[in-house]
Write a protein that binds this ligand. Sequence first.
Ligand code: NAG
Ligand code: NAG
Length: 143
Amino acid sequence: MKLSLAFKALGSLCLLLADGFPVSENLPPKIIGANHVKIKAHLGENLFLHCEAFANCEDTLIYWLVNNTFPEDLPSSGKIVESDESTLDEGAILLRSLLLKNVTSEDLKSSFTCVVINAAGMTQKKIMLTVRSDCNAGKNRKH
Ligand SMILES: *[C@@H]1O[C@H](CO)[C@@H](O)[C@H](O)[C@H]1NC(C)=O
Ligand SMILES: *[C@@H]1O[C@H](CO)[C@@H](O)[C@H](O)[C@H]1NC(C)=O
């Protein structure tokens, strides 16, 4: 399993990277923002889902799962693409995005999970999509 390999790859040393916070205890990563999010999407559009987390640790992994599967292992491979990981603040903040090309009704039934793991623990953010209604946009009602 890739997931257990990921766990094995983590070192046991867990250092706080942010300056000015001399914390000796190991802390699990912390996702920035809500842990459950509903996002309104238009069918047919390209949609980016973003995930940001405080690493709290030197060896912290951030990745996305779709239906609890790695995006590259999905049957519809290539339609949902994970960006490379990036960092802010000298590694204190991790970022990773998921690009949904051409949002379909299947995507509305899928679960999108951002997972962040370090030696001290794991945290997750779950995103569900709903269809954006055009009722208030006024675009189709112009005369
Ligand atoms: C987007 O998906 C729909 C439904 O699956 C398909 O009919 C359409 O051709 C796709 N558009 C693009 C640009 O791939
Ligand atoms: C995720 O699971 C749902 C429900 O089982 C399915 O309809 C959907 O197509 C799956 N999504 C992907 C991207 O395979």
